[in-house]
Design a protein around this ligand. Structure first.
Ligand code: BES
Ligand code: MN
Ligand code: ZN
Length: 501
């Protein structure tokens, strides 16, 4: 898809549709709207009045020009009262328009600016969000379909852009890079576990990450590293585990080292602590944390920030079999700590324990793990919001800010020391199951046992937002690519945020 920008008037290009986002107060006032209305002989105002279009968020109106202008349609998108406006509304509007474009087989879309207060300063960010929205809203996963639904949309022009806007082309490009990386993460999640095996996940990372180093570690390597917890999860499956280590290094002197760890359970049956059938239906999604990390690495390799970034994915299946771990087994992680495994379905934290220990070899300034770790997080925060756990206040602030900027929902949960007793084992150093209450927090506390307290670390539980059962403006049912954008924003603003904190 081609994205361009121009100062020219929207209605004079032979597009299929001209999109104009409007805040409530723009109705009857916006000079842009007045001009388009005159060109259609007052038809827009009349339609708004008759059909009670007020410009509320979520309201849209398609009006045909019937040959009066070179464009075929106007599409007005309500953005609510200006005081409540968020840039993410434009991302969602972009997605909405992309889905409409597919339905109406539109090829060319012109997009006019939302002229809110100081819009000259925000327009580059607005266009980035719209670009992301259009590309994500166009997403389909058709790999297994005979009849594919073709996308006609091929050209988007941001029109009536004032001259001399800083960073516009660069931000549009960034929007494309982010959306392509989110798309990669969605594809990885949506591919059935049969085809997205641990080894295949490693091969996909290699394929997608041209230009940065990707190393795959085999079961033999994991044994050499003494990754007893990760290996315990893998031992029940006929698919061998594969640990993926991706490494991006800046060309100039590195200003810091970030380690990203993603849970990569390509299928979670629960193991001997078998899940009920309906809970298993979407468990190909249990590698969404690794998809977020691989997706982020793809964008990072293109944006080239001045920091070193390691991406680590301990990929495995979690299966029941004669060779599977049993409840009550005790295993030893790479850092020497022993773990009593009471529930084989609490497997993610076992794989992450060893991956976190491994990641700390690279002397990171910060470690972030992303994981579909607990059903309890979906109970606590719902299907649209990630849980953030970290002992580091400044890291928490920076991650929350990145998520907010990217339109991803994330909320902090406390790593209360008071609950540490829940994961104490009578026979080992820790146990892998903290019981019924605060399951997301006790999982976070378990991971904390494997991180050097001197290293700033954050854990993001994406069990909710990594998957959507219902289609929405930004995509169909399935994997969402959750946290790709947030990780990319965090990493690319990392050295800046150090200066300001
Ligand atoms: N992968 C699941 C968590 C999950 C649940 C992700 C629902 C997405 C949607 C994880 O491995 C798991 O099974 N967790 C258990 C932990 C429990 C046994 C301590 C859970 O949440 O029930
Ligand atoms: Mn599980
Ligand atoms: Zn799991």
């Amino acid at each position: 898809m081609k994205f361009q920008s121009t100062h020219k008037r929207g209605e004079n290009w032979a597009s299929d549709v001209v999109v104009l986002p409007l805040c409530v107060s723009d109705l009857g006032k916006s000079p842009l709207l007045k001009r388009l209305d005159r060109a259609l002989k007052g038809n827009i105002t009349k339609t708004f009045h008759q059909e009670k279009f007020k410009g509320k968020w979520g309201e849209t109106k398609l009006i045909a020009t019937h040959g009066a202008l070179r464009t075929r349609y106007f599409w007005f998108v309500g953005c609510g009262p200006e005081k409540d406006f968020r840039c993410d509304y434009l991302r969602r509007a972009g997605g909405h328009v992309a889905r409409l474009a597919r339905q109406h087989q539109f090829q060319k879309v012109a997009w006019l600016p939302l002229q809110r207060k100081d819009w000259g300063k925000t327009i580059a960010d607005d266009c980035q969000a719209i670009t992301e929205g259009i590309l994500l809203g166009s997403y389909e996963f058709s790999r297994y379909k005979k009849s594919k639904n073709p996308l006609h949309l091929s050209e988007v022009r941001f029109m009536e852009i004032p001259k001399g806007v800083r960073d516009l082309a660069q931000k549009i490009r960034l929007g494309c890079v982010v959306a392509e990386s989110v798309t990669l993460a969605r594809d990885l999640v949506n591919t059935p576990a049969k085809d997205m095996t641990p080894h295949q996940l490693g091969l996909e990372a290699k394929k997608a990450l041209k230009g940065i180093s990707v190393r795959l570690y085999s079961k033999k390597d994991l044994k050499r590293f003494k990754m007893g917890a990760y290996l315990a999860v893998a031992q029940g499956s006929t698919q061998p585990p594969t640990m993926v280590h991706m490494q991006y290094r800046p060309a100039s002197r590195s200003q810091g080292t970030i380690v990203l760890v993603g849970k990569g359970v390509t299928f979670d049956s629960g193991g001997i602590s078998l899940k009920p059938p309906t809970s298993m239906e979407t468990m190909k999604d249990d590698m969404a944390g690794s998809a977020a990390v691989i997706g982020a690495m793809k964008a990072i390799a293109q944006i080239k920030p001045p920091v070193t970034v390691h991406g680590i994915v301990p990929a495995t299946e979690n299966m029941p079999s004669g060779s599977a771990i049993k409840p009550g087994d005790v295993v030893r992680a790479m850092n020497g700590k022993t773990i009593e495994i009471l529930n084989t379905d609490a497997e993610g934290r076992l794989t992450l324990a060893d991956a976190l220990v491994f990641g700390q070899r690279f002397k990171p300034d910060v470690v972030i793990d992303v994981a579909t770790l607990t059903g309890a997080c979906v109970i606590a925060l719902g299907e649209k919001c990630a849980g953030l756990m970290t002992p580091d206040k400044s890291l928490s602030d920076r991650l929350l800010q990145s998520a907010e900027k990217c339109g991803e929902k994330m909320w902090p949960l406390p790593l209360l020391e008071e609950y540490k007793e829940e994961i104490e084992s009578p026979i080992a150093d820790v146990k892998n199951n903290g019981g019924r209450w605060a399951g997301t927090i006790t999982a976070g506390l378990f991971l904390k046992e494997f991180v050097n307290p001197k290293i700033p670390w954050a854990h993001i539980d994406i069990a909710g937002p990594s998957w959507t059962d219902k289609e929405n403006d930004l995509g169909p049912r399935g994997g969402t690519g959750s946290m790709v954008a947030t990780l990319v924003h965090f990493v690319t603003h990392y050295s800046q945020s150090l200066g300001s904190s």
